[in-house]
Design a protein around this ligand. Structure first.
Ligand SMILES: Nc1ncnc2c1ncn2[C@@H]1O[C@H](COP(=O)(O)OP(=O)(O)OP(=O)(O)O)[C@@H](O)[C@H]1O
Length: 309
C-alpha cells in the first residue's frame, strides 16, 4: 500500500480566458491521512478538486486517484473519490434515506450492497431518515452531504470548506465525524480557510498560492517553520513616539502603554527586543510572548511567495 491516495504531477490549468489557475503543481496525498489543502481565495483549490472530480479539464500534467489515472481510467478514478462541495445540493422533497438510495443508484451500487441506513447512523441522522430533507437544520444538511459522498464507499473523501459558516459547536462535531471516518480507514482531503481547523485535524498540509504549491509538509514541521514571533510589551508611561530599531520586523502601538512587536526569532531574541525598547527610555512593566501558530506560518509563506512573484 505504498501508492499515494492521490498523486498530482505537474498539474496545470489555464482557463479559456487565459487565467492560469494552476501552475505546475506536484504533490502526493499519502494514504490514510487527513490532508489539508490551504490557500487564500482564488489560489486554485477548487480548480484542483474539480479536475479530480472530472468537472474541469486540466491543460497540463497528470493526476491519479488510488492508483487510477484520471485520463486512462476515469471511471475507476471517479469511483475512488467522494467529494463534498461547498454548496448544498440535493432535492428537498426527498427524505435523507431516499437521497442516499438515489445517489447509490447513480453510482451503480446494487440494492443489496447499499448502506444508506448505516451512513445515516454514522452521521447522526438516523432519526431523520424519513423526514423531508428541507426540514433539516444547516448542520444536518451538511452531514447528509457527507453521507451522500460516501454512498459508493470511496477510499478518498474530499471536503471542500466543510465548516464554512458553521457555528463552533457544530464545527467540533463535524471534526469528530471526520476523525471517525479517517479512523475507519478513509483518506480525507480538506480545504479550509480556518487555519485552526487545519492545525487541529490535519496530519499534513499543502499550501497553494496563486496557482503554485508553496508548502507541503507535516503540520508540526510547517508550524515550526514560522520564524516570526510576537511580543507585547507594556511600558511605564504613555508612548509618545514608537521606538524604531532594525531588530523589529514590525512595531505598533496597541494602546497608550502597550507595544506590539514582531521579530524574526532566528535573528534576535526577546531580550534584545526589550533592550531596544528600554534604550528609548521606557521602563518595562509587563511582557507577553506568543508562539507562532499556523496563521503566522500561512501569512509568512504567502507573503514571501507573493513578494517573490
Ligand atoms: N471557469 C473559470 N473561468 C475562468 N477563470 C476561472 C474559472 N474558475 C476559476 N477561475 C479563476 O481561477 C483562479 C482560481 O480559482 P479557484 O476557484 O480554483 O480558487 P480557490 O482557491 O478555490 O478559491 P476559493 O477559496 O475562493 O474558492 C481564480 O483567479 C478564479 O477567478
Amino acid at each position: 500500500m505504498s501508492e499515494a491516495a492521490i498523486r498530482i504531477e505537474g498539474l496545470s490549468k489555464t482557463y479559456a480566458g487565459g487565467k492560469q489557475a494552476l501552475n505546475d503543481v506536484t504533490f502526493d496525498v499519502p494514504r490514510g491521512q487527513i490532508f489539508g489543502l490551504l490557500g487564500p481565495n482564488g489560489a486554485g483549490k477548487s480548480t484542483l478538486i474539480n479536475i479530480l472530480a472530472g468537472l474541469v479539464n486540466k491543460t497540463g500534467g497528470s493526476a491519479s486517484i488510488w492508483g487510477f489515472d484520471i485520463d486512462a481510467h476515469p471511471r475507476n478514478a471517479r469511483g475512488s473519490i467522494g467529494i463534498v462541495n461547498q454548496e448544498i445540493t440535493f432535492d428537498p422533497f426527498f427524505t435523507p434515506f431516499e437521497t442516499l438510495e438515489i445517489q447509490g443508484g447513480l453510482y451503480g451500487v446494487p440494492k443489496a450492497k447499499r448502506r444508506s441506513m448505516e451512513l445515516l447512523r454514522a452521521m447522526g441522522l438516523e432519526d431523520k431518515a424519513n423526514a423531508y430533507s428541507r426540514t433539516l437544520s444547516g448542520g444536518m444538511k451538511r452531514r447528509l452531504m457527507v453521507a451522500k459522498a460516501m454512498v459508493h464507499s470511496p477510499p478518498v473523501l474530499v471536503l471542500d470548506e466543510p465548516t464554512a459558516g458553521v457555528d463552533i459547536e457544530l464545527r467540533q462535531r463535524l471534526w469528530e465525524y471526520v476523525r471517525g471516518l479517517n479512523d475507519s480507514g478513509v483518506t480525507v482531503v480538506l480545504t479550509t480557510h480556518y487555519l485552526e481547523e487545519a492545525e487541529e485535524l490535519c496530519d499534513r498540509i499543502a499550501i497553494i498560492n496563486q496557482g503554485q504549491l508553496i508548502a507541503n509538509e507535516p503540520t508540526r514541521v510547517l508550524i515550526a517553520r514560522a520564524q516570526e514571533k510576537l511580543v507585547e510589551v507594556t511600558v511605564d508611561r504613555d508612548i509618545a513616539t514608537v521606538p524604531d530599531n532594525r531588530c523589529f520586523q514590525k512595531i505598533e502601538r496597541k494602546d497608550e502603554r502597550t507595544l506590539s512587536v514582531r521579530f524574526d526569532k532566528s535573528e534576535v531574541n526577546a531580550g534584545e527586543v526589550l533592550s531596544a525598547i528600554q534604550r528609548d527610555g521606557y521602563g518595562i512593566v509587563d511582557v507577553v510572548t506568543r508562539e507562532p501558530d499556523l496563521e503566522d506560518v500561512f501569512l509568512n509563506l504567502t507573503r514571501a511567495a507573493t513578494q517573490a512573484a
